[in-house]
Ligand binder design. Sequence first.
Ligand SMILES: C=C(O[C@@H]1C=C(C(=O)O)C=C[C@H]1O)C(=O)O
Length: 338
Amino acid sequence: MYSVSDFVIFRYPGFQYAEMATLSRAVEYSRPTPEVPIFVVAGFDTSQFLHLYAVKEILREVNWSYVDREVRKNLVGIPPFEAKSKEWFTKLVEKAKSRFDQSIFTKVVLSRKSPVYIDHLQISDVFKELCRRYPNAMVFLLYTKKTGCWIGATPELLLSGDKLQVKSMSLAGTKYELDPSPWGQKELLEQKIVTDYIADVFREELHTHQISVTGPYEVHAGPVKHLKTDIQAVSTEYIDLLSLAQRLHPTPAVSGHHHQKAKEFILSHEGYDRRYYTGFFGFWNFDRADFFVNLRSMEVFYDGVVLYTGAGITADSIAESEWRETEIKMQTLLSVLR
Ligand SMILES: C=C(O[C@@H]1C=C(C(=O)O)C=C[C@H]1O)C(=O)O
């Protein structure tokens, strides 16, 4: 089989154009130099999946017919798996709620994956449609031998900044975009858990007295809206951006609180391996980095795609509504496929 080289095509939030970076073989330990940036791909569980690629070339123009042709040649069929039913998912939500306590284990993000069979998927069309619909998202198409092919439009930044200033966001709390009801205690709490966690990590890891927290405020991401808070910090000493990203990840926006408890619950109860979904990816340059969370995304196969979505569960969650939240989030992606 012909092997296309590893690459990522990306369109930054707010930008008009997409670029393509060709990547060299993954290396375990490396650091960016002024000449050679690194592209990082981390899984939900970084102890299993963390790949660093040296960036070979950045192409300002994407050769879409090459991408469509060569990627398709290398795709495999959707591996068989049993998609979790509504009943299964709502039971799991109840189980999580029964395990919560007042302070140690208070939130967990539960997710599921679902296959969609499509006759002839034109990947360039999907990418362009994602760009059109989600101008404020990071739109990406990642193809590597290790990760397979992922495409998505993520609204969530994990960490970006230079050596002395960083920013992150707490993005948690979700409603249908046309829901006119005010944000309730449930969403405000799940949002606050994430904000506090990120501010605490900045406080612990950085030499700083300057942390600014702005929010929460409402943002739209296609058929859903979220609560969002911006968290920024200025450091008096150089920041190791990949170490800080690894320290932040997974935030309670995709895992829960206490993060260790939540991660354990997810790994032992969710019933599938998230692999790269809710991991992070992005460019780690010599003097700056931009890492995004891999969500509102799907894995691309020869005969269709596998969609991934999750929802934050707290003691006040209503299982049925959480299921609906994962359904609506799937619409973000389904609507560009049809
Ligand atoms: C887990 C997902 O989204 C995350 C969970 C959210 C929530 O629980 O409200 C909101 C945004 C994301 O941080 C997803 O889209 O799959």
